[in-house]
Each structure stands twice: as C-alpha cells, then as structure tokens.
Design a protein around this ligand. Structure first.
Ligand SMILES: [Zn+2]
Length: 199
C-alpha cells in the first residue's frame, strides 16, 4: 500500500504572479441546464484517492459558488479563485470558494488571480481559522481535464508557495452541473494526483 499522507493544518502564502497564468483552447459546449445555474447545491460532494487517508469534501456553499460561474455561454469568461476550509484526520473540507475579483485577468480560455487580492483573502480567512487549500477555475467543456498549462501553473504554485498544508488542491469546474462537471487534483511538490468521486 502506498504511504498515506496527512495534511498539516496551517495558513498559507499564495505565490501568485505568473505562477497561475493559464491558457487553453478547447471546444465550446453549452451548459446542460441554464436554470441549474441559480439552483444552489444541497449536498456535499465527496472525493477519494487511495494515497490519502482523508476524504475530500466540497461543501454545498462552495459547490454552489463554482456552479454559478460555469461558462454556459459563448461569451462567458473563465472564472476562478481560492479555496478555503478545514482539515481533520478524516477529511479535507472545502467550505468556501471565493472569486473571481474585479482585478483578475480573465479571457475565454485563461484566468489569473490578482496576487495581492488573493493574498489578502488568504490572510483574512486565516484570521477566521480557515485554511488556504488551493485554487479553482472554470473550463468551457462539460467534464474538465487539466490542460498542460494548468499542470505547469499548478506545479509552479506548489514550488513557490509557502503553505503549511502538505498538499494543495486544483479544482476545475466544467459546464456540466453535478459531480461529472467537477474535477479535483491534489499536488505535493512535483506529485499531482487526480481524485475520484466517491460513489
Ligand atoms: Zn484550466
């Protein structure tokens, strides 16, 4: 059995800058249901990975925030931001997702958080006992897959950020509502893993 990695609680420092510049070129696809954009999620999502002792939970509030920013129109720009929550022996819980902000750089196929605002948000959450857990952004595809540039940017974030958790998350929200529309990766140093939805 591979070693199980415990995530260590703590606040974080966002590398920002060019570490999270992303560019992608993918096909357009409309959302499955436009009405669903305004319908808040009522259930948490649970993901798992054999290398980790903890499960990963995405609370309804965070889920709903991501779902609201799905790129359902041809003119929808990518959205994104930071993920916050808590870590216990049993689970890593994403309780809150923020962003995008007015100073973020956004196009149809790229998103870059304003690093100053991102760091301020991380510090504010730390004061409330919330940990910086990683980053999220949207893709204009139904079931999103991290692009090569996403992986490159995530790798740089992992190298450059001084975080007190042992792993960071990259969550991508596609156009599809519900679990297949969300893809979760965790990263620790150069090791990036894709998580599976727990049925
Ligand atoms: Zn991406």
């Amino acid at each position: 059995m591979p070693p199980r990695v415990a995530w260590r609680p703590g606040s974080g420092h966002f590398a920002g800058g060019d570490a999270f510049r992303r560019l992608r070129y993918e096909h357009d696809r409309a959302c499955d249901s436009l009405a669903s954009i305004k319908t808040p999620a009522t259930a948490q999502l649970v993901f798992k990975h054999d290398d980790f002792a903890q499960e990963l939970l995405i609370a309804p509030a965070a889920r709903s925030h991501l779902a609201r920013h799905r790129q359902c129109f041809r003119w929808s720009k990518e959205a994104g931001g930071q993920l916050f929550g808590v870590v216990s022996d049993k689970a890593v819980c994403i309780l809150e997702a923020n962003g995008p902000g007015p100073r973020d750089e956004r196009t149809r196929v790229s998103f870059r958080s304003d690093p100053v605002v991102a760091q301020r948000n991380i510090d504010l959450r730390a004061d409330r006992g919330m940990l910086y857990l990683g980053e999220w952004h949207t893709h204009p595809e139904a079931q999103p897959v991290a692009s090569a540039m996403d992986i490159d940017a995530f790798s740089r974030l992992l190298r450059q950020s001084e975080v007190r958790v042992s792993s960071l998350l990259l969550v991508i929200q596609g156009t599809e509502n519900g679990p297949p529309g969300i893809t979760v990766y965790s990263g620790q140093a150069a090791d990036i893993k894709k998580w599976a939805l727990k049925i």
